[in-house]
Ligand binder design. Structure first.
Ligand code: ADE
Ligand code: ZN
Length: 321
């Protein structure tokens, strides 16, 4: 089986409805009844409803051991699909909302990464993220906690959330803090914002990768620049189809972006919300964009080269592909 690597997945967004329900029960937490549909799956239709549903589900994750379990459960599923490396977005804001400290949340995730490595040999690393629609002040607070609490598994800083709110320049201070502390950074751009959102992120933030970036396809000059500058794109076709950006996987521009010479990677984003997994993304990319084993392995190599982890680990991962 093709070895796989994932650079774009939100940790709270990996918890299945069953795990969310189990944690809520254990914690005696009342989940918002609108979190689930009658068939038990997460209930949302638009992107903004998805973000809201994500918050409601994340509220069930309340302790260090809950984060350990969510992390371990996800990495165990990935290991079964021959995934060798996962960079996970952690969200201190979601943890704080559920009553947890920055360090408890981090230690829980790190314990899950340790346990999964011990049991399956899969390597996990963490990108600490702020949430764009919560605004620049909260983002700066997350960035400050991030630089003040270094951990060997924490390899970068990022931002998710609703990119139609605020402007990238509002977050320059937070991103510069992370960059000056020696970290690489990535930002969600060109998902629900157009190419101008990607342009603004490149102009105002010290990012070395782009989260999604798929809508660069709408601006030929920008696409060419991204290809020329070898800026890796964290593409998530299944996510984009689920949230309604493209009608189906065939209409998704993954293949065109690849043909334009961009450095592409493949990720699941929030797998149970979008009925996907890293393995399914690779399988569907093979079918819909006509990719053979070599092309799929090259996508994995792209991800390892673009990863924020150290070079020794990259060498080890590349040798195992
Ligand atoms: N948070 C979790 N998933 C997200 C996505 N696809 N876009 C923006 N923010 C997110
Ligand atoms: Zn995302």
């Amino acid at each position: 089986m093709v070895k796989k690597a994932e650079l774009h997945v939100h940790l709270e967004g990996t918890a299945t409805p069953a795990l969310v329900k189990k944690l809520a029960e254990k914690n005696g937490a009342d989940l918002d009844p609108t979190t689930f549909k009658s068939d038990g799956e997460f209930s949302w239709t638009t992107f903004w409803e998805f973000l809201d549903c994500y918050d409601k589900a994340a509220a069930a994750i309340r302790s260090k051991d809950d984060y350990r379990l969510v992390t371990y459960d996800y990495l165990a599923r990935c290991a079964r699909e021959d995934v060798i490396y996962v960079e996970m977005f952690s969200s201190p804001d979601h943890a704080a909302e559920a009553g947890m400290s920055y360090s408890d949340h981090l230690e829980g995730i790190a314990a899950g990464i340790d346990d999964a490595y011990r049991d399956f040999g899969i390597v996990g690393r963490i990108i600490v993220t702020c949430v764009r629609h919560l605004g620049p002040e909260k983002a700066l607070r997350v960035a400050t906690a991030f630089v003040n609490n270094p951990h060997p598994f924490v390899v970068g800083f990022g931002m998710g959330g609703d990119e139609t709110q605020f402007h990238p320049k509002d977050f320059t201070a937070a991103f510069n803090l992370a960059q000056r502390a020696g970290y690489q950074t990535t930002n969600h751009a060109g998902e629900f914002g157009g190419p101008e959102s990607i342009r603004a992120s490149l102009d105002h933030l010290p990012i070395t990768r782009i989260g999604h970036g798929v809508r660069a396809i709408e601006d030929g000059e920008l696409l060419e620049e991204i290809a020329d500058r070898r800026i890796p794109l964290e593409l998530c076709p299944g996510s984009n189809v689920s949230t309604g950006l493209y009608g189906d996987r065939k209409l998704h521009p993954f293949g065109k972006i690849m043909e334009a010479g961009c450095v592409v990677t493949l990720s699941s984003d929030d797998p149970p919300f979008f009925a996907t997994s890293v393995g399914y993304e690779y399988e569907q990319a093979a079918i819909n964009y006509d990719l053979g084993t070599k092309a799929l392995e090259d996508i994995t190599r792209n991800a390892v080269h673009a990863a924020f982890c150290d070079d020794d680990l990259k060498e080890r991962l590349l040798a195992s592909i």
